[in-house]
Unconditional design. Structure first.
Length: 212
């Protein structure tokens, strides 16, 4: 395991206990937008890549109760919370490249690709896990437009039909304060940097990619 991977694991392990209580109000609106292109009359097999504590898995399960929903995350502590949050979902601990997973109709990834170094390889792996005529949905904060462009370029290379939607938001002060309280191991200067980023109006992009 690389040093960077270890740091990410530990960061999310440490946040696992308080994570669900610090998710801002706009989270459920993003969840609704993520599933907006899915047919509620269909039964899907769905993978949440980078599922964290399973709150998106639970939301999907509530809206698609007949579908099979799996989640995978590199944080063992996050997955343990996920098993509690969504007991009718299946969870895997590990890296997407080294875990034996079945194939899916839908693969969803929220707030993951800002942490991924090799976007081409990751999307190629997701593509290999997708059934014929399946769909990949990637929701991400637009911190770096190069990441969004790389994602779209890779999907186009793999011959996906793509549409992109945007959602702007600004967390309330109470939501920011609540989140920063969970970062007990962070220095004040680091918390101040995070606060400034959160206080700026932010934008999500949601990429809907259909496999041809």
């Amino acid at each position: 395991m690389s040093e960077n991977r270890f740091k990410i694991d530990k960061f999310y392990d440490d946040l696992s206990e308080s994570w669900d209580n610090t998710r801002p109000k706009y989270t459920r609106e993003i969840f609704r937008r993520i599933i907006s292109h899915l047919d509620k009359n269909k039964q899907y097999s769905i993978l949440d890549f980078g599922c964290g504590t399973g709150i998106l898995c639970r939301f999907i399960s509530e809206n698609f109760p007949e579908s099979r929903i799996d989640g995978i995350d590199i944080s063992n502590q996050m997955i343990e919370k996920g098993k509690i949050n969504c007991q009718n979902c299946n969870f895997y601990v590990g890296d997407i490249s080294s875990t034996n997973l079945p194939c899916y109709d839908i693969i969803i990834s929220k707030d993951v690709f800002n942490h991924i170094d090799d976007i081409y390889n990751t999307i190629s792996i997701l593509n290999g896990l997708l059934n014929t005529k399946g769909k990949i949905i990637i929701a991400n904060r637009e911190r770096n437009s190069n990441i969004k462009n790389k994602i779209i370029n890779v999907l186009e290379t793999l011959n996906y039909k793509i549409s992109t939607e945007y959602y702007s938001f600004k967390p309330a002060k109470e939501e920011i304060d609540s989140f920063l309280k969970t970062l007990s191991g962070f220095k004040e200067e680091h918390k101040n940097v995070i606060r400034k980023k959160l206080e700026s109006k932010d934008k999500y992009y949601i990429i809907f990619a259909d496999k041809k």
